[in-house]
Design a protein around this ligand. Sequence first.
Ligand SMILES: [Zn+2]
Length: 264
Amino acid sequence: MRYIDSHAHYFDARFEEEYGKEAVDQLIDSLFETEGLLAAINVGTSPESSEIALRQAYRHKRMYAAAGIHPSDAQEIADLDRALERIEELLADPRTVALGEIGLDYHYEGTNRALQHEVFHRQMDMAQRHGLPVIIHDREAHGDCVDVIRAHPCVRGVLHSYSGSAETAKELISRGYMISFSGTVTFKNASRLAEVARALPMAALLVETDCPYLAPHPFRGRINHSGYIPYTVAVIAELHGISPEECAEITAENAKRFFSLPLD
Ligand SMILES: [Zn+2]
């Protein structure tokens, strides 16, 4: 089975803690060489992690990067103008294929929603200027996220680790968006999300790990990596009545086309 992981964070400290510094590169190489991993998008969450994500992408032939400021990281930033400038510089690199991850996260109490909105809006404007797709993080902020998306009709993107309704997903798909499913769709208590995945056309679906987080069943709670993508693919394949190989191929083609990945 050949697949693309549309959303990973290989710079996350959990990888080094688990495998050791050099072993992270070895792990990634082995996923590309001996597993079916065709490509992976290494997604930054701050100017610093976006820079590391890009550097890692240069060390692995079929790894690409995304640069952006995550809503939860926005609050840690002292000089927002400078941080956004840094993101814009990273977008100019040919290995950066998207702006992300950006969005809204209302999960934690006391988050500065006004700041999250400002950072999200400014990065959507940036995506429009650069003609790049966005990778959107939407946690417990579905309505507000869709409002920002509607306000930027020229921008296309991916809703990553999707957790909203089928109805919202269908509206986003009609706006040129893709819907990406992570290991959460395999969880035993995920029947609602599974119904959403079943209701959407395969042509609009991507798969991802969000590693090191969200490992699929039966690895839930463990450190995740792109080699577990087949577990997520198998669940989506069953929901759509197709073979896992076909599901992997369709989602890989979707990712390749959507992010204009230069794979042959
Ligand atoms: Zn992520």
